[in-house]
Design a binder for this molecule. Structure first.
Ligand SMILES: [Zn+2]
Ligand SMILES: [Zn+2]
Ligand SMILES: [Zn+2]
Length: 143
């Protein structure tokens, strides 16, 4: 009676690393809340501007309605409070230059929305010193 118990240690460790989608999260290509955008977004403050309220130094958000720089939801939520106070819903992240609409509760594709493209490009140039690469799938589709 050979009872061989081979201790095969095949314990596979699955950490369940779901790849977080950095940068290219699903973004809307339209938004009904662009009417209040500031007409002179060209006077975009530099990407390292501190929060206007608490002076948190980095990764702040720019309100595209009034050009205020405020911190995000992981800091002191000053941009969220600003939206609640003013209903300025469209903001741009100085961290990854994504555009968020509080009212849509979604990211917006700044390269596909004509009202957002100039400010996104300007922020990109201020941050990286060169214009953003045009993605091949970002050709305007007339339909
Ligand atoms: Zn919206
Ligand atoms: Zn703040
Ligand atoms: Zn504002």
């Amino acid at each position: 009676m050979a009872s061989s118990s081979c201790p095969t240690d095949e314990e596979e460790k699955d950490f369940g690393l779901s790849k977080a989608t950095f940068g290219r999260v699903e973004a809307r290509t339209s938004c009904d809340h662009l009417g209040s955008l500031s007409p002179d977004l060209i006077k975009n403050p530099p990407p390292h501007s501190p929060c206007n309220s608490c002076y948190y130094p980095t990764e702040n958000w720019l309100c595209l309605s009034c050009n205020q720089v405020l911190c995000g939801r992981y800091v002191n939520k000053h941009m969220l409070h600003h939206f609640e106070d003013t209903n300025h819903s469209v903001v741009l992240s100085f961290n990854d230059l994504s555009v968020w609409c509080f009212s849509c509760d979604a990211y917006l594709d700044a390269q596909l929305i004509p009202q957002l493209r100039p400010v996104h490009q300007l922020a990109y140039i201020l941050k990286f010193g060169e214009p953003p690469p045009l993605l091949p799938n970002h050709l305007p589709s007339a339909n």
